[in-house]
Design a protein around this ligand. Structure first.
Ligand code: CTP
Length: 403
């Protein structure tokens, strides 16, 4: 079932480390290549030889113990993983992951991987409930880490409560489900626009906005995961470019329009999450403007609306627009949907807490021509992306099993 998949199994120092051996065995039996990384503390509980024998691979513990001179182990392991699973994950490892620390082989590899990460915590009930641990888990969840909840019961420390590592069968089932997940956008060509456009005044000055690109990048990443061929057309953005997408960097709204039009005919889905400048300076000075006058006026002219342009030209394409609003969300979002001939509009109140520019979360309302379809609570931008794309997939003319 997991034939050809590489699973990175991180084992931390907790009494539940022994259960990781059963997990390792199940994964290997299902055909996965299991690459085990243990923390030093984990080796106090269980011998590396156990994992080496079960996985038929060297077990990594020390970052500097390079067994193969032709590769850098932590990068090689990080890149080769289709999925990473930390089981058991201690409070310490969860804290390090949340902070982006890399002081051992496991934390370093987890920082270097772009593969989806599952975390199965195991610890004392009070440690699990501690606000610091809870906060760290929230941070990770917002970044897309998937948690496999610990069970409740008798803990090795004597307490009865939440903190017991999920059973190996349960963790194995989660991972199998992940690989079996339907790819509802398989074979679809998706264009995602993201980031803010840059409208030049002169060679060193420009008008732009606060867009970080996070929402659009999360959509591009999720679309890729759902099997789509993704072109990410992005203006200025601070978010890291997701792996596996074709990235096209642009500067101005006019560049973005051209980049989208060049690829529009072949596209099945276009999602316009970019913050496009509505106006640009009428003229762009060829040389740096000198401060000669007491006042200065810049005349702005309207940019062509990219979304409206493709809305008017659409044939088979499914078009999703965004609407950034600060008031009358329903009314303005529906007006944009009609005017720009979108199939869906995703609106957010950019003035609300946990929504809009720069933050990792968003609060959105999704509309179609008949009105509100979904009002999502505050959630991570990658989760918003997943929900949105699932909805898009379910509305494609030749939908493939999406619900
Ligand atoms: N958009 C576009 N081209 C523009 C301006 C906006 O494609 N020149 C797209 C955005 O990418 C977004 C949608 O239109 O998907 C709505 O953008 P928004 O800034 O919310 O609205 P505007 O249409 O610019 O209207 P207003 O600024 O008056 O709210």
């Amino acid at each position: 079932m997991l034939q050809g998949k590489t699973v990175l199994l991180g084992v931390c120092g907790g009494i539940a480390a022994y259960k990781a051996a059963a997990l390792c065995s199940k994964l290997a039996q299902a055909g996965a290549q299991v690459r085990v990384i243990m923390t030093k503390s984990a080796t106090e509980f269980i011998a590396p030889l156990t994992f080496q024998t079960l996985s038929r691979h060297d077990v990594m513990i020390d970052t500097f113990d390079e067994k193969d001179a032709s590769v850098v182990s932590h990068i090689h392991l990080a890149d080769s993983a289709d999925v990473a699973v930390v089981a058991p994950a201690t409070a310490n490892m969860i804290g390090k992951m949340a902070l982006g620390l890399a002081d051992d082989m496991l934390s370093t590899t987890l920082l270097a991987t772009t593969a989806p990460v599952f975390v199965a915590p195991a610890m004392n009930v009070h440690m699990y409930a501690h606000p610091a641990v809870q906060q760290n888990m929230r941070t990770l969840a917002e970044r897309g880490v998937r948690f496999i909840e610990p069970g409740t019961g008798q803990l090795a420390c004597g307490y009865v409560g939440k903190g017991r590592l999920a059973e190996p069968e349960e963790i194995f089932a989660e991972i199998s489900r992940f690989f079996q997940q339907d790819k509802p956008l398989q074979g679809k060509k998706v264009i995602v626009t993201a980031g803010g456009t840059v409208e030049r005044i002169d060679p060193v000055r420009y008008l732009t906005n606060d867009s970080s690109g996070k929402m659009g990048f999360a959509i591009a990443e999720e679309a890729r995961r759902m099997g789509a061929e993704v072109v990410l057309v992005s203006g200025k953005a601070t978010a890291p470019v997701p792996a596996g997408v074709n990235y096209v960097g642009v500067e101005s709204a006019r560049d973005m329009l051209q980049a989208v039009l060049d690829r529009f005919e072949d596209a099945d889905i276009v999602i316009k999450a970019a913050a496009v400048a509505d106006y640009r300076p009428a003229e762009q000075a060829p040389q740096k403007i000198k401060k000669n006058e007491e006042t200065m006026t810049i005349t702005l002219v309207k940019n062509q609306d990219i979304l409206q342009t493709i809305g008017e030209r659409k044939t088979k394409q499914f078009i999703v627009g965004f609407a950034a609003e600060t008031e009358k969300i329903d009314e303005y979002a529906m007006a944009k949907l009609r005017k720009k001939r979108c199939d869906l509009v995703v609106a957010n109140d950019v003035s609300a807490e946990g929504a809009g520019f720069g933050v990792d979360t968003n609060v959105v309302r999704i509309y179609d021509k008949d009105g509100l379809v979904e009002a999502l609570p505050m959630m991570g931008k990658n989760e918003v992306a997943a929900r949105l794309l699932k909805l898009v997939a379910s509305r494609l003319p030749d939908r493939k099993g999406a619900d």
